[in-house]
Design a protein around this ligand. Structure first.
Ligand code: NAP
Length: 302
């Protein structure tokens, strides 16, 4: 079957593209590696997505997006895309199949960045976590570290503080990157403490984490912190399947114009995977809509 539009990735950008493309009666396939929703599904409360006063749970919003796309007729396949081959007919190669389409929209997003320190891999799931919603309840009344100084680190610390006895945020600089509203909210959590100019060096333990060696970057002194867990929120790296000839920026994000066109005709990119300044659910949805509209325009002019 020749599709009009194949969307790779089922986060907010991909699902928004799917809603618009299938509603416009284009034969639309969405291929998702895991489950739809992307990083939304591990977000406890989205309080800046318009229309939901008081906020909405990320998983609930993801289900709404997916249901809306399915209602308009998108077909969803769960598989991993490993390569996109260009041509008048584009070929999307997955682990299990090859799909053909007139256009492809890449909405593969990003994955969490790791610290790359000794012990990180060894204690994954046994003290090292990248998801507060998934793991907070394992740390009731315990002491934990949060690494990072951005919106994720602060927002997730506020969430974790409801469960744990003490949160220590380790940040490598002397001021946080997180927005002021989140920082102010954090101040009202008496069990959150911040260690500035400090980075984790090594995670130590037998079966589970027992302590973390941290380095004070001002004095270059190491010390041990006795904690039960370490939650890592130090940003994201892009996830792109192999595509010969597509233009990336120096960090590996796909370069597009404002209509989500990449350097390859008929291939579009939207959401966190593209080079841009603001990565939010609302900007991802807007990108997805632009990408679907551009794909329709491209097909109409074939
Ligand atoms: P981010 O903004 O890239 O922040 C990453 C943080 O980790 C920075 O503070 C950075 O330090 C630190 N860091 C990076 N690499 C490190 C390393 N190797 N070791 C130690 N620290 C390291 O990532 P994010 O907080 O995940 O946010 C990503 C995007 O999602 C942002 O656009 C953010 O606004 C958005 N977001 C929004 C909300 C919200 O609106 N409520 C919530 C979550 C995320 P430096 O500051 O020194 O670079």
């Amino acid at each position: 079957m020749l599709y009009d539009v194949i969307i790779v990735g089922g986060g907010p950008a991909g699902l928004s593209a799917a809603i618009y493309s299938s509603r416009a009666m284009f034969k639309t396939l969405l291929i998702e590696k895991n489950g739809c929703g992307g990083q939304m599904i591990v977000t406890d409360l989205l309080e800046n997505y318009p229309g939901f006063n008081g906020g909405i749970n990320g998983f609930d919003l993801a289900v709404k997006f997916e249901t809306q796309a399915i209602d308009f007729g998108v077909k969803i396949v769960y598989d991993e895309v490993v390569e996109i081959k260009n041509g008048l007919v584009k070929k999307v190669v997955t682990i299990n199949s090859i799909y053909e389409s007139k256009t492809v929209i890449i909405a593969t997003g990003t994955r969490v960045k790791k610290m790359n320190i000794p012990g990180e891999t060894k204690f994954m799931g046994r003290g090292v976590s990248f998801c507060a919603i998934c793991d907070a309840s394992f740390y009731r009344e315990k002491e934990i570290l949060v690494v990072g100084g951005g919106d994720s680190a602060v927002q997730e610390s506020i969430y974790l503080a409801k469960f744990v006895k003490k949160v220590i945020i380790l940040h490598r600089r002397n001021e946080l990157r997180a927005t002021k509203i989140l920082q102010e909210r954090m101040l009202s959590c008496p069990n959150i403490f911040i260690m500035y100019n400090t980075v984790p060096k090594e995670i130590i333990g037998k079966d589970y984490i027992e302590k973390v060696t941290v380095t004070d970057l001002e004095t270059n002194q190491d010390k041990h912190l006795k904690v039960d867990g370490i939650f890592v929120f130090i940003g994201f790296t892009p996830m792109v399947p192999f595509i010969s000839g597509i233009a990336f920026d120096e960090h590996g994000y796909i370069i597009t114009d404002e209509n989500m066109r990449t350097s390859i005709d008929g291939i579009f990119a939207c959401g966190d995977i593209r080079q841009k300044h603001l990565r939010q659910v609302v900007t991802a949805t807007s990108d997805g809509v632009h990408a679907a509209f551009s794909a329709e325009h491209y097909i109409d002019n074939l």
